[in-house]
Design a protein around this ligand. Sequence first.
Ligand SMILES: NC(=[NH2+])NCCC[C@H](N)C(=O)O
Ligand SMILES: [Mn+2]
Ligand SMILES: [Mn+2]
Length: 347
Amino acid sequence: MACRRTLQMCGSGLLRRFGRQQQLRHSRSYGRDVAIIGAPFKKGQRLAGVEQGPRVMREAGLIEKIRELGHNVEDRGDLNFEVFKDDPRNYVLNPKAVGAATKKVSAAVEQAVRDNKLTVTLGGDHSISIGTIHGHAQAEPNLCLLWIDAHADINTPLTTPSGNIHGTPLSFLVNQLKDTIPWTALSPFDWLKPCLNITDIAFVGLRDLDPGERYILQKFNITSFSIHEVDRYGIHEVIARSLDAVNPKGDRPIHMSFDIDSVDPAVTGATGTPVPGGLTFREGMFIAEHVYRTGLLSALDLVEVNPEVGSRQDKANTVMTAVEVLTACLGKKREGNLQPGYQLPLP
Ligand SMILES: NC(=[NH2+])NCCC[C@H](N)C(=O)O
Ligand SMILES: [Mn+2]
Ligand SMILES: [Mn+2]
């Protein structure tokens, strides 16, 4: 029964809507202005190495690969983050460092989106998405959010079992959770205004939730497709239904926050909180290609690449996957891209 309903949805509304979204592609795919922002930040968790994410992705040729797709790429370099002496007895780890860093990230992303750039932020740990989403929302208040992750990252400072802010970014941003945040103890976040409705979020790839997070997802009936649903419905159905839930008319700018640990650690082992049984490389790529095809991607985060975790092979595979996902989000197609003006050479 559930299956039949799924198929019917696919046959009617979804395909029609997706068909309309696809038309946008031709006007926006080739030659968009892209800004790259490096956010080499690690204080949202405890492991060293994740601050090297922007460097290793650039060293893998990310910028050139995006240029090859026909985009006008402006690499705005790495943000500099101040060092703070933080009080170890707060609800969360390093609130001053994270509060100041995310404020900077927010300003940089807001500016890039206002400059009409498709804005790509390279993490860094996932706490930076407090800033990327906040900044994006200042320029595009109507955005919707795809959160691709093994984790929901919606712990509040009072539910987090680890105290690591990279497990909490969404609770800071969501209007409906405003009263669960101890703002007076977290004055480094005074600059932040919750800017996201809980119904604007869709999760894909979840497989490791804490009790508070499970409760929040259920209480607010948040759109979420765990790995169970990916296995059950297939990745196309899952991503189409996610978009249909948060962007039914296909008229909202999309923010996609892609945590590399959404993908299986057999592929992307170089990450701080790996969880077995993740998305395949192909499922990650499918998500990226599908989101590109909407023509609505407005800002993108790629976070939690940590080249100091795991083997050399883990590092190489993780960085390669990150770069492939990013370029697929920006129009690289596995079936090959037709170069404008290409002519067959004649003998
Ligand atoms: N962005 C991440 N990798 N987050 C992992 C979060 C893990 C755990 N749920 C926590 O809150 O500590
Ligand atoms: Mn994660
Ligand atoms: Mn995450």
